[in-house]
Design a protein around this ligand. Structure first.
Ligand SMILES: [Ca+2]
Length: 526
């Protein structure tokens, strides 16, 4: 074959690929419109569908107006991503028939079951710093009596590439319901961002065999755990690998731990950084290995978190099996646990006002032992935070630092931002704690004081109760040795999450490269 023939054939191949890439671009996908009370075919807002249809079109976007929609099961087969968006004033597709009211208020469901991969479920507004508990475009609220196996968001086996954004999900403390539950194995690339999960008789996340997932900019609070129905913030069973948990608030969590292995859980390469953890009657992390609890944790990176008001037997990081675990640059303040031991390789932590009340009168100071266990520990003698009274929900406090800490460890680039986007160490000092010292921009969530978020507090803000009442857990139970506590059976549980991986940046790059290649070939042609 001549050289020209080869080039010509190459051009055709490249063009075919370029056309295929263009065909996959979302711009060519259709939009559909959904509005409670409507009765149309979904072509525009006047002719909106009354609810999401049982079968969706792969690759398309469904705009949903404010209203109530009941439960929904995403089960349309196919691979192109389906996007479900709460319609807003600035992003609602066609203007035909649009009314401003469609974009205000929430679009509410009673539960969603995700039974097929490649889904984006995006409320578009609300959540994250400054609006942790307000403004979410999508809501899931289930007030029904749960049997124990239910979840606000459930994931079928193997489902992946799921993104949940700007979602407010809650149930009742009388209903056994998980937040996000994916316990059948194989869930992957689940991304949960700017969400708010609370008031659950169960776990916020129940994971079995998840990989490559992300939980960020979200607020998780108020679960209930009993001896009969254990709970946690995250319960993991099987091997859950490459999970990133960053820039969240975990508040008022009870059960075995905020993050706990259950029965046979193995956590590998979890990255937990930049979170605020406050008020829990359990350790931040508990990984029990013995008897029927054969759990493990490997290569944990627990960095630059702020941990306050933990009242537990094990108040530090408790890991009975596993290696490669690290904990650096965390602030531990106002904890009232029996010990503050940290498993694994730990250093550069900040300790202040950590006391043991249980069995100690006067209270025993936990800081000396914690400081002695690290070469570069820092001792704080007063609150390091700009505005926090020692008891208030972090959502309505300000955990910016009053002043720089002693230099923490300079960590890998992936840990170099805080929840406000500040770059750690940009001023020469990589500070300790969740929030880097610096600009005091986004501030407390003013709405937090209005939505009852602090209603379960034993003491009212400002009365200093949080500094004195550590001997009892939130519900008044004495802090007792929980070392033998198990967790729920693998067959039950709960979980909550959102998947990611839209791949558009890579797709665009490939497109540019292909176009460049085609132009290059053409330039060198006859
Ligand atoms: Ca700094």
């Amino acid at each position: 074959m001549s050289q020209r023939g080869l080039l010509g054939q190459g051009c055709v191949s490249v063009l075919v690929v370029v056309v295929a890439a263009l065909g996959a671009r979302p711009a060519l996908a259709a939009d559909h419109y959904v509005r409670a009370g409507a009765s149309g075919n979904g072509a525009d807002w006047t002719n909106a569908l009354p609810s999401l249809p049982p079968t969706l079109v792969r690759g398309d976007t469904y705009f949903v107006a404010a209203g109530s929609y009941g439960a929904y099961a995403f089960n349309t087969p196919g691979s192109a991503t389906i996007t479900i968006k709460r319609a807003t004033a600035s992003d609602h597709g066609t203007g035909a028939g649009w009314q401003a009211a469609y974009g205000t208020g929430v679009a509410s469901f009673t539960g969603i079951s995700i039974e097929a991969s490649n889904l984006v479920f995006d409320g578009q507004t609300g959540g994250g710093p400054g609006s942790w508990k307000t403004g979410h475009g999508f809501e899931i609220y289930d007030s029904s009596a749960g049997s124990g196996g239910s979840a606000l968001v459930s994931l079928a086996a193997g489902v992946g590439n799921v993104t949940l954004r700007h979602l407010h999900a809650h149930a009742t403390l009388d209903t056994k319901t998980a937040g996000v539950k994916g316990t059948l194995g194989g869930n992957h690339h689940i991304a949960v961002s700017y969400c708010y999960f609370h008031t659950l008789f169960g776990v916020h996340f129940h994971m079995n065999g998840w990989t490559d997932s992300l939980i960020e900019y979200s607020y998780f609070a108020e679960n209930k755990s009993t001896a009969e129905w254990h709970s946690e913030g995250i319960s993991y069973i099987g091997t859950v690998a490459d999970l990133t948990i960053r820039y969240n608030i975990w508040y008022d969590i009870e059960g075995t731990a905020i993050f706990a292995g259950v029965n046979n859980g193995l956590a590998k390469r979890w990255k937990i950084y930049g979170n605020l953890l406050s008020l829990a009657d359990c350790p931040p992390i508990a990984v029990y290995h013995g008897g029927t609890n054969l759990n493990g944790m490997e290569d944990l990176a627990f960095h630059n978190n702020t941990i306050t008001r933990i009242s537990a037997s094990q108040g530090g990081i408790y890991i009975e099996a596993g290696s490669g675990n690290q904990a650096k640059n965390n602030i531990w303040f106002t904890n009232r646990s029996n010990t503050l031991a940290i498993a694994g390789d730990h250093d550069y932590n900040w300790f202040g006002d950590n006391l043991r009340i249980d069995g100690c009168s006067p209270p025993c100071d936990l800081d000396p032992a914690a400081l002695a266990a690290e070469a570069h520990a820092e001792h704080g003698t007063a609150s390091p935070f700009v505005a926090w009274d020692g008891v208030t929900d972090p959502a309505s406090a300000d955990h910016h630092l009053k002043a720089p800490t002693m230099a923490g460890a300079s960590l890998a680039a992936e840990f170099s931002k805080d929840m406000f986007g500040n770059t750690r160490g940009a001023d020469g000092v990589w500070d300790r704690g969740a929030v880097e010292y610096g600009p005091l921009a986004p501030q407390p969530d003013a709405s937090a004081l209005q939505d009852g978020g602090a209603s379960r507090e034993a003491g009212s803000p400002g009365d200093g109760a949080g500094k004195q009442d550590g001997a009892l857990s939130r519900d008044g139970k004495p802090v007792s040795d929980r070392a033998g506590e198990g967790g729920r059976a693998a067959s039950d549980g709960c979980s909550c999450s959102v998947p990611v991986r839209e791949g558009s940046p890579a797709g665009l790059l490939a497109l540019f490269l292909l176009v460049g290649l085609a132009l290059g070939l053409r330039a060198r042609g006859p």
